[in-house]
Design a protein around this ligand. Structure first.
Ligand code: PAF
Length: 282
């Protein structure tokens, strides 16, 4: 197990990537906000098989949190993250301080449309994707990797990042990694640590309900009725439901069920103070 180098500045990141490029080595970037779990490690494994060098960035990005959200209490577990990344064999951890990413006078934000305005997360977190896209654009430009990978658990985020990377002509292949789940179906998330024992028992109902609804839709039953029942099941279990929607998997627009095009079911719901999101292919 080798210790990954810790890089804290854009200049040091560029020096490392310049050397790797000069040696003809390909580079993958795995952007994270830390509090790493098996889902993040699976992303490093996917790109480890595709690129010679793997950089994991750890940066809890303030601009993607609204003032009412959990920025200050978001779990920060750098030492444990470092150990996990050493065991995963990554080459470098890019862990910049906020002032490195947002120096005094920083005044640029990426303005988005397309999947960022699909009426899903954006309806409940209106400033979120501008913050995500701005930091991800910076990370992409700073590291200029061949590949960058993001978890499918944040499915709308993945669509936004693909669109932004394409629209800005960044020569980076954006990959999505499958959601890793607990045995009972709960999607791994850094925010699962907020769940108490009773909430943790209820949490998998999101995934179980979506799987059941997806199976019925595939079986040809009435989509509107299935979605209404699924929403009622989630609410009856104790969630406060933000949305449960069926969408086209590429555009995140209205689903064309008859066309046979890929569909995605997406959910966001609060249990107590914790907001969970999940999605599955239909
Ligand atoms: O998914 C995340 O952890 C974050 O939104 C990301 C992509 C690292 C940007 O801060």
């Amino acid at each position: 197990m080798s210790t990954p180098g810790i890089i804290e500045s854009v200049a040091a990141l560029r020096q490392a990537t310049r050397q790797w490029r000069a040696a003809g080595e390909s580079i993958a970037l795995v952007p994270t906000m830390g509090a790493l779990h098996a889902g993040h490690i699976s992303l490093t494994q996917i790109v480890r098989a595709k690129a010679r060098r793997v950089i994991v960035s750890i940066f809890v990005n303030p601009t993607q949190f609204a003032p009412t959200e959990d920025f200050s209490k978001y779990p920060r577990t750098f030492e444990a993250d470092r150990e996990k990344l050493a065991a995963a064999g990554v080459d470098a951890i890019y862990a910049p301080q906020p002032a490195e990413i947002y120096p005094p006078g920083f005044a640029t934000t990426i303005s988005l449309a397309g999947p960022a305005s699909a009426g899903l997360e954006d309806r409940f977190r209106p400033t979120h994707f501008a913050g995500v896209a701005t930091v991800v654009a910076k990370l992409h430009i700073q590291a200029m990797p061949d590949i960058a990978i993001y978890g499918e658990k944040d499915f709308q985020q993945l669509a936004v990042i693909r669109q932004m990377t394409r629209d800005l002509d960044l020569p980076i292949e954006v990959l999505g990694g499958p959601t890793i789940r607990e045995a009972d179906g709960l999607a791994l998330s850094s925010r699962n640590v907020y769940l108490d024992a009773a909430q943790r028992k209820i949490a998998p109902i999101l995934n179980v309900t979506m799987r059941d609804a997806a199976q019925r839709i595939r079986g040809g039953s009435d989509v509107a009725a299935i979605m209404t029942n699924a929403r009622a099941t989630i609410t009856a279990a104790g969630f406060s439901l933000d949305y449960l929607e069926l969408r086209g998997a590429i555009t995140l627009g209205a689903p064309d069920v008859a066309s046979g095009k890929p569909l995605r079911m997406l959910v966001a719901a609060k249990i107590g103070m914790t907001r969970l999101i999940d999605n599955i292919a239909v």
